[in-house]
Design a protein around this ligand. Structure first.
Ligand code: GLU
Length: 507
């Protein structure tokens, strides 16, 4: 039975790297008819950020990664919030103490620093709390048992450390990376538990993965260095470890270094799925959703950051991803995030949506702009602009002229389009248009082209300023379709307005 989990810590907004981890877990579980579990790892009280858990849940819901078990949906292996499982960890850390895999340590921060300083002076390449140093420290190896007991009873702060074995070759298998070999002398006696009653990530993570019967641990590369310790913890408990797969880093657009929030700020792209309001500063950081990305597109973008289907296919629905996904096709090396490509994916998914779906998405934006428009009319606008937009908002930014007259004219476009005699030509054109009865795109195109030829003018001399008058700029959908949709009366008014505007501005 495949059981996988997404185990975020609520220490801030979920980064798209985290969402990709969730996605790969989800795809793997669905592909293998398994279960996908959400577990909130909130044992680090210092780094706990209110609102972060809800943000994680909202983000997963937004992209449609439905989990089978989790803090808000329940399940047979709960609770799914680590802060509600403290007694469990206490019991298991005691087991490690009893069988010699863990021990109490009472060293103060100053004493720890002195130890490191001593090692630096001795030119030791590493300064670790391990079998070489623990004999000189204040712990249950060096102190008599009754003293340890006394210290604990007195409420002296302590930690429980893992008893890392000396000079052991640890070999762990990772599905994506193959064999990972580490000598235990490079590792330290990691803290498993603190006297405040909270376990550290390492202990809680292993205990929960075991108790929740997780079959595959799929997580980010940043956890690879912890893998040997986790492996030993399974051994220490006498438990069968799950299989491991560490996903590659998501790299900056330059390909150098890990993608950070700052890259997003600098280059103008989102790194969080949803808007995040910083609880301290009140600053709002824009998310993919508010930016105008479709959840389908975000899923597609994330899927290809580190995984590839082995074919040329780039556009995927979630069902296609489930069908084709395998951990074997996840790469080891970092995956570069390309903001331009991200927009392209959104455009491709927008194009695949039906006009009615797009209508539902666009109507609220229009309402926000204070525009009241007939649904049929809006749908026709959508049809005209569909090929040209990357985001739903673009229907407004690129097509507001379908709903209101241009308030001004793009100066650069105007300079090129509106020449000395343009106003005159437009006046004549207006006369001509006012006599046309059949204002269909096809008829307009035929008649206007004939008119231009008869007048021995060029198309651009007539159609570019006409477009400018209608839209306020000179790039847009098929001119005659646009005229048809706006209708004769509106077209004539706009030509008139432009003539007035440019005669006042001196042309
Ligand atoms: N709580 C860890 C995190 O925030 C989970 C790591 C893991 O999946 O083991 O990334």
């Amino acid at each position: 039975m495949v059981r996988v989990r997404f185990a975020p810590s609520p220490t801030g907004p979920l980064h798209i790297g985290g969402l990709r981890t969730a996605l790969f877990n989800y795809l793997f579980s669905r592909k293998n008819n398994g279960k996908f579990i959400l577990r909130i790892e909130d044992t680090d009280q210092q780094r706990y950020v209110p609102g972060a858990e809800q943000y994680i849940i909202d983000s997963l819901n937004w992209v449609g990664l439905k989990y089978d078990e989790g803090p808000d949906v329940g399940g047979d292996f709960g609770p799914y919030r680590q802060s509600e499982r403290l007694d469990i960890y206490k019991k298991y850390v005691q087991q490690l103490i009893d069988n010699g895999w863990a021990y109490y340590a009472f060293d103060t921060p100053e004493e720890l620093e002195q130890m490191r300083q001593r090692l630096r002076e001795q030119k030791s390449p590493v300064q670790l709390y391990n079998h070489l140093t623990r004999g000189d420290m204040k712990n249950s190896f060096t102190l008599p048992e009754h003293e340890v007991k006394q210290l604990i009873e007195k409420g002296t702060p302590y930690v429980i450390r893992f008893n890392m074995p000396a000079n052991q070759e640890i070999v762990v298998y990772d599905i994506i990376r193959g064999e990972v070999k580490v000598n235990s002398d490079t590792l330290d006696d990691k803290i498993l538990f603190k006297s405040d009653g909270f376990p550290t990530y390492h202990l809680a993570n292993i205990v929960d993965d075991h108790l929740m019967q997780i079959s595959h641990v799929i997580r980010g590369e940043e956890w690879l260095p912890s893998l040997p310790l986790h492996w030993l913890l399974y051994k220490a408990f006498g438990w069968e470890p799950p299989k491991f797969a560490h996903l590659p880093l998501i790299l900056k657009p330059t390909g150098k270094g890990k993608l950070s929030k700052r890259d997003g700020d600098k280059m103008g792209f989102p790194v969080y799925p949803l808007d995040w309001k910083d609880p301290n500063t009140g600053e709002i950081i824009r998310g993919y959703r508010e930016w105008g990305y479709l959840p389908e597109a975000v899923v597609n973008i994330l899927a290809l950051l580190g995984w590839n289907p082995g074919t040329d296919q780039e556009i995927f629905t979630i069902d296609e991803l489930i069908e084709q996904f395998s951990l074997e096709r996840v790469q080891k090396h970092g995956a570069r995030f390309d903001p331009e490509k991200a927009k392209w994916f959104n455009q491709q998914h927008l194009k695949r949506k039906s006009d009615d779906e797009l209508l539902e998405l666009f109507m609220p934006i229009l309402e926000n702009q204070g525009i009241k428009a007939e649904r049929d009319y809006v749908k026709r606008v959508i049809q005209l602009l569909k090929e040209r937009v990357e985001f739903i908002e673009d229907f407004w930014t690129k097509g507001s002229y379908f709903f209101e007259r241009p308030k001004d004219y793009d100066p650069k476009a105007a300079k090129k389009a509106w020449k000395q005699n343009t106003s005159e030509i437009m006046l004549e054109l207006k006369d001509f248009l006012s006599q046309i009865q059949d204002f269909s795109s096809k008829n307009l195109e035929e008649q206007l082209k004939n008119w231009v030829e008869q007048k021995q003018l060029s198309f651009s001399k007539v159609f570019t300023p006409l477009r400018l008058a209608i839209q306020g700029n000179t790039a847009g959908p098929h001119l005659f379709d646009m005229l048809e949709l706006l209708g004769k009366q509106e077209v004539l008014i706009r030509i008139d307005n432009a003539i007035k505007h440019f005669s006042q501005s001196g042309k």
